[in-house]
Design a protein around this ligand. Structure first.
Ligand code: PGA
Length: 241
């Protein structure tokens, strides 16, 4: 695993954007796996700036997002659809038909999951997957458990994740408790993975990612089995001990 320790979140965001730029330069019609959350926000700002400056062209790029809440209106301010359009898609020249985000409102969620897997395969597989990490080591919404799902599936969110997400919702009871997420196999099938992390709160998860042991109790640790992972974190998240 390649590790890039940055002095702060700004530098982490620049490094992340550089990885995407490199992927797009090598393959203008590449397939990007994208993540939501506070971690990749700065990276998306950099990508929007690079597009504006004319150094990036998303016209042939396809995107697949990691996850989406179930039973939350796509137009809700907290849906991942809204997040992606507000922070990236509305500011770059990606074609609408090339954007894929799981439909958490689907009446047949299991079919939605199967169709999502098929769509990724039909697009040729993911060239570069962007990941943030939950404090508990989740990636996408693959939460710590005795066993983990391989493919895209519906999952219950853990209390830690529900608590972490509560800050975005007015009422506690509005916080979604289920989501559709790519599975560990979907993620591991990406040709390259970049993991972004900043802040002290991610230190334990990064420690597990660098531990030399894998455990489904810290899903991010499984990435050690992938041959092409780049960890980009700030000094606060990097365990020096
Ligand atoms: P965060 O979330 O970027 O808001 O810290 C990361 C995650 O839960 O995957």
């Amino acid at each position: 695993m390649k590790v890039i320790v940055c002095k702060d979140k700004e530098q982490m965001s620049v490094e992340g954007a550089k990885q995407i730029q490199e992927c797009m330069n090598n393959k203008p019609d590449c397939v990007l796996g994208l993540a939501t959350g506070s971690t990749p926000l700065g990276m998306y700002e950099n990508l929007c700036r690079m597009y504006k400056e004319g150094t990036l062209d998303f016209s042939k790029v396809k995107t697949f997002n990691l996850d989406e809440y179930c039973d939350l209106d796509v137009a809700d301010k907290n849906s991942y659809h809204t997040f992606m359009f507000e922070n990236l898609f509305s500011k770059i020249n990606v074609s609408k038909e090339n954007i894929h985000i799981p439909d958490g409102e689907s009446k047949d969620a299991n079919k939605e999951c199967k169709d999502y897997e098929k769509a990724i395969v039909q697009a040729g597989g993911i060239d570069l997957q962007v990941l943030g990490i939950g404090r508990n080591g989740h990636i996408g919404f693959n939460e710590p458990d005795e066993s983990l799902f391989v493919e895209t599936h519906v999952t219950d969110l853990t209390q830690t994740t529900i608590d972490d997400n509560a800050r975005f919702f007015e009422k506690k009871q509005d916080v979604p408790t289920k989501a559709i997420t790519m599975g560990m196999g979907t993620i591991m099938n990406a040709r390259k993975i970049i993991v972004l992390a900043n802040g002290e709160g991610k230190k334990d998860a990064i420690r597990a990612l660098l531990s030399g042991k894998v455990t489904t109790n810290v899903p991010v640790s499984l990435l050690q089995l992938h041959p092409n992972v780049v960890l980009i974190c700030d000094e606060a998240a990097y365990p020096n001990d």
